[in-house]
Design a protein around this ligand. Sequence first.
Ligand code: 5AD
Ligand code: SF4
Length: 431
Amino acid sequence: MNERDSEAMAAVLLEKGHEIVTDEKTADVLLFNTCSVRDSAERKAVGKVGILKRLKKIKPDIFIGILGCMAQRKGDELLKELPHVDFVLGTDQLGRLPEVIEKETKKREKISYTETNSDIIQGLGHHLIKNKTSEFISIMRGCDMFCAYCIVPYVRGREKSRPQDEIVNEAKKIVRLGIKEITLLGQNISAYGLNQRTNIRPENSPFAELLYKLNNIDGLKRIRFASPHPYFFNDNLINAIAELPKVCNSIHLPIQSGSDKILQKMNRRYDTAIYMDVIKKLKAKVPDITFSTDIIVAFPGETEEDFLASKNLMNEVGFDNAYLFKYSPREGTPAAKSENQIPAAIKEERHQILLADLSVRTTKHNKALEGTTLEILVEGPSKRNSERWTGRTTTNKVTIFDPCPSIKPGDLINIKIDRSTSMTLFGKIVS
Ligand code: 5AD
Ligand code: SF4
């Protein structure tokens, strides 16, 4: 989400005549778009901004701005903690960036704008499309779920969905510019367009309707999305994924924990039975489907038994990939106040156990693909070795191959896989 927001802001500034430089020493303006989801992300951002103190001493005219979630959470406090920072812009204030850079900072007063806004932020639909086949589109902002560990609803505010037409037009526009694959983004994407909520799981899915509309766009080849919440993952959405050829066969569906007790404490609103029901239905309808997930280990009160339930569920689903996090207390969230915090050593131990399990599984999954022929979307020369090219399978696996002159980025081609590692597939073009 932050990558997408940063790109949109860069595109807006370029349109206004600014230029992107590659070396921070030559920049007049330095912007940090920050994440607050875990403490480590915030510390990294503070560290990076801190390093610029020296540059600011040598070049006092540069402007340094902190944007996004940490800016929203800490506001003025950041200006005190990092006195060389000139301005702080919260999540609903990103649209003011050009005005802040071009006018307000000239006054040389410190600025902190963190007001929240109930309207969806405008001006973040711009894209930088150059040598790209794939692009993000944000379809909603904020989150109303208030999972007990999560800071997002506090820093990104209430859920706001963009109108369907606006999203479809944005997708058409970037497809006309050469994009072949879009990844739709939203903190609670399966709840897109569900403004009125009751305590019953909704049966309709405006998100599924959006997928049908996007699937009709000529020239668009693939659609991905992140991150859906299992509570809103109903049959309408399952059917859309099964029916729509452009929707990729890899679904990211965060489970967070395999223990029903912990899921309840997390305020996730589903149990493992509901989650497994979605997985089973999708596996039955889409034979080649793969799943990835997010799991938090050592949530307050997580016993050895709860942890083993997560480990077992990971095996039961057979996730193809997983983002595994150690619980990080976020000030102001209910879980941070819990007295049952788990010691750091146990957090680390549980994290390592799941990471090791995952690596064994991904290696095995990739090995099983050796000898098969897979369709990949061509991206272009590999970053490590430009003589070899890279692309991705519908299940989002990076695939390396030797190019041939008739193939260009954005093509869908068949590759016979002859080798693999836990991260990558290697193969040859099938003509
Ligand atoms: N600690 C650890 N991980 C967290 N996540 C969200 N909040 C926290 C936290 N306090 C994880 C969840 C979410 C992902 C984006 O980040 O797994 O799905
Ligand atoms: Fe955070 Fe996702 Fe829960 Fe929203 S649904 S509160 S973004 S973990």
